[in-house]
Design a binder for this molecule. Structure first.
Ligand code: BTN
Length: 324
């Protein structure tokens, strides 16, 4: 895409509440008014909807139904999160790209999004199925000034953000399965992978990876996943807009994260427990060493699961497989 055209989309996208005159555009781009008009016609051919009014100028009223930096930025209600967006049609993993950018001083709030990941990564060295244009595969770079041992709180915070966004749709009742799976009707629709670079309890950067299954049909899921995974489309039989969901997630994330930095983890913990799956109920806990059944009592400030040990004492669990 020509850089003039990119700049034109950017000018129109950033001016999303009103019209901008042909003259102003031609001044900004240093091209003639007739060249501006020709570029507008090219954009329309590609699915951009542009309204032109003779005494007011131009404004964009619709984007093609395809993800790009511009389509995400247009209508994004955030102050700093996602102001720097890197969109890839295909990449190995947005986590890997995010690490590269973070090492090269990418600003706090940079977001990497891909239509497809060929080597998507899940927790505990698992892979993460990231089929083209079926879901949200994105990584957020944060540079929080918090002690490194508080970083797990960011994973729990992200889970509450996803649960808040999903529960804002009347058809969805998300739950969070410890530590960070988002469930719909008992099946996983989203996962979170948090990675960080830190030294002596000082964080250099944190990368929050979010994978959300949106448009998958049953056939899009592998045999292995079908009985335990789902997508928003499968749960609602509705056609979801990936772009709109990304914008809601980023706007909600920014608000929640700012509150967390200001007021601490208490409210996030409460919210997490509100959405917590099987809280107060008996679950099966499998650690590296043992397996037993015990009640899931809640979470601690450091994200640990609170339960009762095999020999009847209060216990904090940091890593385990939970089933029921
Ligand atoms: C999990 O195992 O539940 C976590 C899954 C995290 C997947 C996301 S998709 C975007 C980002 N890039 C990756 O390779 N993984 C995370």
């Amino acid at each position: 895409m020509s850089s003039t055209r990119n700049k034109l989309i950017e000018i129109l996208a950033l001016n999303n509440d009103g019209y901008i005159s042909g003259q102003a555009i031609s001044d900004k781009l240093q091209i003639s008014r007739s060249a501006v008009w020709k570029h507008m016609k090219e954009l329309e051919k590609d699915g951009y909807k542009i309204e032109g009014k003779s005494n007011k100028g131009y404004r964009i009223i619709g984007f093609p139904n395809k993800l790009s930096e511009n389509t995400i930025t247009w209508g994004l209600d955030s102050k700093w999160l996602g102001k720097n967006i890197i969109h890839k049609e295909s990449t190995s993993s947005t986590q890997t790209i995010a690490h590269e950018h973070a090492r090269n001083q990418a600003p706090n709030g940079t977001v990497i999004i891909a239509d497809e990941q060929t080597d998507g990564r899940g927790r505990i060295n698992r892979n993460w199925d990231s089929t083209k244009e079926k879901g949200i595969w994105m990584s957020i770079i944060l540079r929080p000034e918090i002690p490194a041992h508080h970083a797990p709180q960011l994973t729990l915070l992200t889970a509450t953000v996803l649960a808040d966004v999903l529960s804002s749709y009347p058809l969805l009742q998300p739950q969070i399965k410890w530590p960070n799976d988002i469930l719909l009707n008992g099946k996983k629709c989203a996962g979170i992978l948090t990675e960080m670079q830190a030294e002596q309890d000082q964080i250099w950067y944190v990368i929050i990876g979010i994978g959300l299954n949106v448009k998958h049909t049953r056939e899009d899921l592998s045999e292995e996943l079908r009985h335990r995974a789902t997508s928003l489309g499968m749960e609602t039989e509705k056609d979801w807009s990936i772009q709109e969901l990304i914008q809601k997630i980023l706007a909600t994330f920014e608000k929640t994260y700012e509150l967390y930095l200001e007021r601490g983890f208490g409210e996030i913990k409460e919210k997490w427990e509100h959405y917590g799956f099987k809280i107060g109920k008996e679950v099966n806990i499998k650690t590296m060493k043992e397996e037993w059944k015990a009640p899931f009592l809640g979470i601690a400030e450091d994200g640990a699961m609170l339960t009762i040990s095999k020999d009847g004492h209060n216990q904090r669990i940091y890593s385990a497989e939970i089933s029921w």
